[in-house]
Ligand binder design. Structure first.
Ligand SMILES: *Cc1c(COP(=O)(O)O)cnc(C)c1O
Length: 344
């Protein structure tokens, strides 16, 4: 979900960007109108994330997945090792890509059930970097704090970016596909330490090097101008709500209502273990397949959609991103309770 205010601003901008009489889809990406959008978006991202000058803010025309390969391709030489925390589907995909370029050491793993984020990791002797997925969108687990690692951290924050304060310390690079918490699909936000970016390979095509985005302000080729506009509006909305600290308070309260219900329920069982539970994706199962089917059917009737668990794990998944209202969680809990009562 995106905030209704942001959708309305986007709708308006399609027709007329900032009173220019020309829509965001029509403006040149080199013109003053779009430059203003880029500047205010970067400023809003920096303000929301508390991001200083040592970091670059980049807008990359791609989802999160290509970064799985771009990162090791640039930063992991064939004779080097990178440590990866394996907490589910997304880190699994990142690991697969990294293996093409160098040695991958699995520092910790929640396999095969992925009910927890690991509490202890075993690091390799000299990792080039440590990669982790801050929120496992599919299994519904989330690191409560980043791993304490002996090397710069690289984080896939696609599904919890700006849902709580950004833990920049020790991070070399944070990347996030925009479509979960920030804007449309097909664009990602990258927050990268400039000095780390400088250590990357220089013999790759320009768009496969983060340094090109840094040097050319994400304008080496035509960027996803609409995506940048929406990310900016979403960040401004977050600031208007009181910033990421206020987001975190809201998100904790929303998730608590749902987890509290699940913990006392006899029919519904949460997937993630206490201490590892995601505030963004709440995953759970019904006591029977029939119960899950009944619930999903009634949910659609009530206008609650997208609750079927990911095809790789099944069950139910409630994605309660930043813009999802507390009232929606209440409706969801009422329905879960109703289905449970009907079943006993
Ligand atoms: C959704 C998601 C991705 C994949 O994003 P795409 O934009 O489809 O490439 C990667 N990592 C995480 C954590 C995600 O939630």
């Amino acid at each position: 979900m995106l905030p209704p205010e942001v959708l309305e601003r986007a709708q308006q901008a399609l027709v007329d960007l900032d009173g220019s009489g020309i829509g965001i889809l029509e403006h040149s990406h080199r013109g003053p109108e779009f430059m203003a959008v880029l500047e205010r978006t970067e400023a809003a991202v920096r303000e929301v994330g508390g991001i200083g000058d040592e970091y670059a803010v980049l807008f990359v025309t791609a989802g999160a997945t290509p970064h799985f390969a771009w990162i090791p391709q640039q930063f992991l030489a064939a004779d080097q090792t990178a440590d990866y925390c394996h907490t589910g589907v997304w880190s699994g995909k990142a690991i697969e890509e990294a293996r093409r370029y160098g040695t991958v050491h699995i520092a910790c793993s929640g396999a095969p059930d992925f009910t927890t984020t690991p509490t202890a990791c075993t690091w390799s002797a000299a990792p080039r970097y440590v990669h982790y997925t801050s929120n496992e969108t599919i299994y519904g687990t989330q690191w409560s704090a980043p791993p304490t690692a002996p090397a710069p951290l690289v984080c896939d924050a696609s599904s919890d970016i700006f849902s709580r304060p950004l833990p920049l310390a020790n991070h070399a690079l944070i990347y996030a596909g925009a479509q979960k918490n920030l804007g449309p699909s097909g664009i990602s936000l990258v927050i990268a330490r400039k000095d780390f970016v400088e250590t990357g390979r220089t013999d790759l095509p320009p768009l496969d090097q983060y340094r090109t985005y840094v040097a050319e302000r994400s304008l080496h080729n035509t960027p996803n101008t609409f995506g940048i506009f929406v990310i900016g509006e979403t960040c401004r909305w977050i600031l208007a709500q009181g910033g990421v600290t206020a987001m975190a308070t809201r998100n904790e309260a929303k998730a608590k209502v749902l987890y509290d219900f699940l913990d006392q329920s006899k029919a519904w069982k949460p997937h993630a273990a206490k201490g590892s539970r995601s505030l963004m994706n709440v995953t759970f199962r019904g006591a029977t397949k029939e119960l899950e089917a009944t619930f999903l059917k009634r949910a659609e009737e009530r206008g609650l959609s997208g609750l079927k668990g990911h095809r790789s794990v099944g069950g139910i998944r409630a994605s309660i991103y930043n813009a999802f209202p507390a009232s929606g969680v209440t409706t969801l809990v009422e329905l879960l309770d109703e289905v449970e009562r009907g079943s006993v």
